[in-house]
Design a protein around this ligand. Structure first.
Ligand code: SAM
Length: 271
């Protein structure tokens, strides 16, 4: 069997014994395994964060987060980089709306369209998917999963500030959201269509028989090995003919090796 090439800069041991200790401690405390994330980038970010908070090395930093739940939570928020938007990269959503969803809705023929937003952050992507299916005349059943508990809580609440709803048209805003003291809240029609669960893409089981798996702006943080593992899982989560939708900077190289066939930029069909 061909040996998988591993980038040496992805080996956490390249960054010192204190960093290895920190990664092991974090895995024990949270289940997040930093050795599957791009190490150079992650180490640089964490080192800046650690310096800003005044810890001289990763040993003392580990002790501090282990002792203080608030510090651990703040660190997790920082690690998981949960920036998101409604209809992020609109040109991709246009392809989804015009070319991808109509045949899926026809295939389901009145039955729920099964969609997974993998790495759903605070829910903007999952709700955008539900809106898109409703407008294509289908019945959405969207599951959003994310490793970050705080993001899942926010997604379930479905409350967004005026700044956060910027990507929505006034039509979408008035039809699918209602005013709320903090901005806007998703209406019942979306709430019924979308659910959220905590899940780690690198360790947990994946859903099955999906029409559409959406994994955007998540794979970029993983090592090549981590990425391959997740792509294999995403492909297997689709029914035959199901579609994988990736981020605007995340083409799948060699889709055939996952049993996928590219049908539009960033859209791949299970063959
Ligand atoms: C930049 S956001 C992308 C959100 C959304 N998909 C989008 O494109 O707007 C990346 C998300 O991936 C989540 N994430 C990172 N590692 C993960 C893992 N191992 N399993 C599940 N989610 C993960 C983060 O918590 C974060 O919410």
């Amino acid at each position: 069997m061909a040996k998988e090439l591993v980038d040496p800069s992805d080996d956490i041991r390249a960054y010192g014994a204190d960093y290895v200790h920190f990664c092991m401690r974090l895995r024990k405390l949270t289940g997040i395994d930093l050795s599957s994330y791009k190490s150079r980038q992650m180490h640089r970010r964490l080192q800046n964060y650690r310096n800003r908070h005044g810890y001289p090395d990763f040993y003392t930093f580990s002790v501090a987060v282990q002792k203080d739940e608030q510090k651990l939570k703040a660190l997790l928020d920082f690690i998981t980089i949960n920036v998101s938007e409604f209809f992020r990269n609109p040109e991709q959503w246009k392809i989804l709306r015009e070319s991808i969803l109509p045949p899926i809705v026809a295939y389901r023929n009145g039955q729920p369209v099964r969609i997974w937003s993998a790495g759903s952050s605070a829910g903007q992507e999952a709700y955008s998917l539900a809106i898109s299916v409703l407008e294509a005349g289908g019945l959405p059943k969207v599951l959003g999963t994310d490793i970050d508990e705080a993001s899942i809580e926010k997604a379930r609440a479905g409350v967004y500030s005026s700044e956060e709803v910027k990507g929505l048209s006034t039509f979408h805003l008035s039809r699918y959201f209602k005013p709320h003291p903090e901005g806007y809240r998703v209406r019942e029609i979306l709430r019924r269509a979308v659910s959220f669960e905590r899940g780690n893409l690198l360790t947990d089981e994946y859903p099955r028989d999906l029409d559409l798996a959406v994994c955007r702006n998540v794979l970029i943080y993983f090592t090549d090995q981590g990425k391959q593992r997740v792509l294999r899982g995403l492909a297997a989560s689709l029914r035959r003919g199901g579609i994988l939708f990736t981020g605007a900077t995340e083409p799948v190289f060699n889709p055939a090796s996952y049993g996928l066939n590219q049908i539009h930029p960033f859209f791949y069909q299970r063959s």
